[in-house]
Design a protein around this ligand. Structure first.
Ligand code: SAH
Length: 344
């Protein structure tokens, strides 16, 4: 059965026309799914019984139920969802003063192999479809009875390695007739898939691009992130410059500080040189130690020094608040290893 949440509005209209239905019916159904967040076709009361029946026979609404929910001392919540094929994924909800932000997974597992990330070493299973990505947000909104205002693609997976589904999910989330979250409130984070960064620049999306940079020399970056052997710093930063030029959007660089690894003043100096002249922002993340991981967090003092150096040299840098670390819901801590196959 097809997942009706996989279709953006234009595609859904095409589906309806193929079924012999009027395009405006597709728009009504789209609103029921993404604006009203219904869980059954029978709730679509302005749709005829005949059409509801046809929809039931051909499509699923892909409804996720929370299997497990953990609440951190700071209020961050982590959900475990059964994606209905026996696999499980994790999604995190964070509350900020400006609203709720959700961190969604884009793949079951990840192929990137970053040394500091808990998703590493876990077998890659498959890409999530657009509908499966969007349903994480809808399921949390139903569970908590809230409206989410920000979406970050920073859960499990490399979003740009699942390019089409992720871009389509962004379009669905962004559509004013449905979930209606502004593109500027949606962030895609990538370990640096250069060809896809060039492609994304052509999509005419206004979402924020985050680049997981983490190091300032190729040797260091390759030792932390194998993807750097394919697309080195030079190629990556060139793609970033092109992205900024084409989209006029500021890029956010993620830099996870690990003690005695990438956190000294020489690194900060090189970072200033690398990013000089770019419209950007640096997000400093105190690295979260993962099980059996070699990297440990930099001292607070060092992190502040690093930030101050960047700020004093013309690079806007902030330190990311650590949310959800006591429930393994902080950056890079989501791990499928602990997630049992769900017994059917
Ligand atoms: N694959 C994408 C998105 C998922 S990771 C990417 O690489 O960007 C989201 C962010 O968390 C990335 O910036 C990633 O580098 C960072 N991260 C991963 N493990 C971490 C850890 N142990 N501590 C701090 N940040 C981590």
């Amino acid at each position: 059965m097809k997942n009706i949440k996989d279709y953006n509005l234009e595609e859904l209209k095409k589906e309806f026309v193929e079924m012999g239905e009027k395009p405006f019916r597709a728009e009504q159904v789209f609103k029921w799914i993404f604006e009203a967040n219904v869980t059954t076709f029978d709730e679509m009361t302005n749709i005829s019984l005949d059409l509801r029946e046809k929809l039931k026979q051909n499509y699923t609404l892909c409804i996720y139920n929370v299997i497990k929910k953990q609440v951190a001392s700071d209020g961050t919540k982590k959900y475990l969802f059964d994606v209905l094929d026996g696999n499980a994924i994790e999604t995190v909800l964070m509350q900020y003063h400006h609203g709720y932000s959700i961190c969604v997974s884009s793949q079951i597992g990840c192929k990137m192999g970053c040394k500091f990330c808990a998703s590493t070493g876990i077998q890659f299973v498959r890409n999530l479809t657009s509908g499966e990505i969007v349903e994480q947000l809808l399921a949390v909104e139903r569970e908590e009875n809230i409206k989410i205002s920000n979406v970050v693609f920073m859960g499990i997976g490399e979003p740009l390695d699942n390019y089409n589904n992720v871009v389509n999910a962004v379009r669905i989330i962004n559509n004013p007739k449905g979930i209606n979250i502004g593109a500027r409130h949606i962030s895609l984070s990538t370990s640096g898939l250069v060809p896809q960064i060039y492609k994304l620049a052509e999509e005419n999306l206004q979402c924020t691009l985050s680049i997981s940079l983490h190091a300032t020399t190729d040797d260091k970056r390759s030792s932390m992130m194998p993807i750097n052997n394919t697309y080195n710093l030079n190629l990556l930063l060139k793609a970033c410059k092109d992205y900024i030029e084409k989209t006029n959007r500021r890029i956010s660089f993620e830099y996870a500080l690990a003690k005695d690894n990438n956190d000294n003043l020489e690194d900060a100096k090189r970072l200033v040189q690398l990013l000089k002249g770019m419209i950007c922002h640096v997000n400093l993340i105190p690295i979260n130690k993962i099980e059996n991981g070699t990297y440990t967090k930099s001292s607070n003092e060092n992190i502040i020094k690093f930030r101050d150096y960047l700020n004093e040299h013309g690079i806007v840098a902030t330190i990311r608040r650590e949310l959800g670390s006591d429930i393994d819901a902080a950056c890079g801590q989501l791990r499928r290893k602990n997630l049992k196959k769900i017994e059917k």
